[in-house]
Design a protein around this ligand. Structure first.
Ligand code: GAL
Length: 335
């Protein structure tokens, strides 16, 4: 394994991990983000070339998201009977931890390499009451890459007060050789028999529903063009998928989602209970319109809304208790 570093602009660094096959993945400390993943000469991610481009176009692209990924209804949390009013950055809601959160910060980093794997650990301190969240929070995100083309993400965190924490990574995939092509030719398969239906414009108050018999059924591989052609009202309203899927089995031993195109496939394993699938629905967003449906996310996390619906999982983090979670993305060719 080999690690190289170069400047990425705005004081940020680009760190590239290359394996024995010559495949590589690069990260930047701006937002502890993944920037590009080159597999047999093809970049399979939605990427920009400089730190400035990320900040100007889409700071969430490839970034670590926190403190709480997704939307928090009415920007309001109740922890130990104490009320917290968070920063609102999408209408009445808090999206992805509020404005200028993890994704825009310059994280500290250290890299490590061995014969068979290489890794980089990014760390950040999020101050007490940052964007309204209680507790001084120390966050670490370690990205490792190996000769089997596994990109492993390990999250760790520690807070000095009881708080809420639910991070994810906002990586966007497009397996086409040419990024001018959208993802409608990709197949998606997921071991998720339930999803959250998000009826209203605000995309909160999700209702758990069965996928069977609906256009949200990916229990066997389905072409994504079906989603973009669907007449289902939520898919039409949101212009594609922007939904949490509840995984049937929370296990790192099993592939829970597979995205494939011809002989290339991306496999996702996570110990989080859900994957938020967003098909880059950017229609009408001036600067990103031409990127609409050109990529897809697999945001592993507890589904948004858990603060008011315990059925979705628990995002509370107790003072002094260590948070740990892992997600693995693996690329396979010809299998
Ligand atoms: C997703 C979210 C989308 C959009 C996107 C960021 O996680 O579900 O609605 O906000 O992040 O562009």
């Amino acid at each position: 394994m080999k690690i190289t570093k170069e400047e990425f602009g705005l004081g940020a660094t680009l760190i590239c991990l290359t394996n024995q096959k010559g495949n590589s993945i690069s990260f930047s400390n701006l937002g502890a983000r993944v920037v590009a993943w080159e597999v047999t000469g093809r970049n399979i991610l939605r990427s920009y070339k400089t730190a400035r481009e990320y900040l100007e176009k889409d700071p969430y692209c490839g970034a670590t998201i926190g403190r709480v990924a997704g939307r928090i209804k009415a920007a309001y949390l109740k922890i130990n009977n104490q009320e917290f009013n968070l920063q609102k950055n999408e209408g009445e809601q808090t999206l992805h931890g509020g404005e200028e959160s993890f994704e825009t910060k310059l994280w500290r980093f250290e890299s490590f390499e061995s014969e068979t794997s290489a890794s980089v650990t990014f760390s950040l301190i999020s101050n007490h009451m940052e964007n309204g969240f209680p507790g001084k929070l120390e966050v670490k995100v370690t990205y490792s890459y190996d000769d089997e083309d596994n990109w492993t993400i390990d999250y760790e965190a520690l807070s000095d007060q009881d708080t809420s924490f639910n991070p994810t990574n906002h990586v966007y995939f497009n397996l086409n050789q040419s990024k001018k092509e959208d993802i409608s030719n990709h197949f998606l398969e997921m071991s998720a028999s339930r999803y959250l239906s998000l009826k209203n414009e605000e995309k909160v108050d999700g209702q758990i529903k069965e996928v069977t018999g609906t256009d949200f059924d990916f229990q066997s591989a389905k072409l994504l063009s079906k989603i973009f052609e669907s007449q289902e009202s939520e898919l039409l309203n949101f212009d594609g998928l922007d939904h949490p899927f509840l995984l049937d089995e929370v296990s790192l031993e099993k592939t829970q989602a597979t995205l494939s195109l011809d002989d290339l496939s991306l496999r996702v394993k996570t110990d989080r209970p859900s994957l938020v699938i967003f098909t880059a629905n950017f229609k009408g967003v001036d600067i990103l319109e031409q990127e609409s449906h050109k990529s897809i996310t697999f945001e592993s996390q507890v589904a948004p809304g858990a603060e008011s619906n315990p059925e979705l999982g628990d995002i509370s983090l107790k003072a002094g208790e260590k948070y740990q979670s892992r997600t693995i993305y693996q690329v396979k060719i010809g299998e």
